[in-house]
Design a protein. Structure first.
Lengths: 111, 114
């Protein structure tokens, strides 16, 4: 495994910005994914980082620091529909390039 | 609809029953996966099929038996399950195991073992 760690729960206010952090073991690291999962639904792909830096996609951005084994997902202008679980997943070339998932961060957006 | 369809969406079964979960994708992907998602736990990889060949079996008990008859279909056969096997079972597919877009997931089968 790759020991993916992320907070269990976070709460934020509609219209605000929230940052969800994720740390991972760097040995064999070969890419970091973020997924969004609404209750009772399929996880859906949000972002992929393999190089250091920030990837921006509309209201969502994802950052990676390979040397620190650290990533974050930044959600801006929060909307009520952003209430969901956010899954961090690392790909490891020591594990057949398959994904190892963290436990997910449940985000609750309040009015 | 994500392109990966799982049936049934919900299943309640007794410990002596035999049932099967079905997953179907028509995305042209050649790798398929079974994951188990339990409350407050990370997604656990169970099985991986690449080009219809099983390439990963993550120490899963033999009461779970996968089958991949072709690149579009994946089954998980269940027999003599335990209550702790109650969970959401997610199927996923990918173009190959090294793709940069990760996996496409189905909506899962919510399994309850009584």
């Amino acid at each position: 495994g790759q020991n993916i760690d992320q907070p269990t729960e976070m709460t934020a206010t509609e219209g605000a910005i929230v940052q969800i952090n994720c740390t991972y073991q760097t040995s064999g690291f070969n890419g970091l994914f973020w997924y969004q999962q609404h209750a009772g639904e399929a996880p859906t792909f949000l972002s992929y980082n393999v190089l250091d830096g920030l990837e921006e996609k509309g209201r969502f951005s994802s950052f990676l620091s390979r040397s620190k084994g650290y990533s974050y997902l930044l959600l801006k202008e929060l909307q009520m529909k952003d209430s969901a679980s956010y899954l961090c997943a690392g790909r490891n070339n020591n594990a057949g390039n398959m994904l190892t998932f963290g436990g997910g961060t449940r985000l609750m957006v309040k009015p | 609809e994500t392109g990966v369809t799982q049936t049934p969406r919900h299943l309640v079964m007794g410990m002596t029953n035999k049932k099967s979960l079905k997953c179907e994708q028509h995305l042209g992907h050649n790798a398929m996966y079974w994951y188990k998602q339990s409350a407050k736990k990370p997604l656990e990889l169970m099985f991986v099929y690449s080009l219809e060949e099983r390439v990963e079996n993550n120490s899963v008990p033999s009461r779970f038996s996968p089958e991949c008859p072709n690149s579009s279909h994946l089954f998980l056969h269940l027999h003599t399950l335990q209550p702790e096997d109650s969970a959401l079972y997610l199927c996923a597919s990918s173009q190959d195991r090294t793709v940069n877009y990760g996996y496409t997931f189905g909506s899962g089968t919510r399994l309850t073992v009584v």
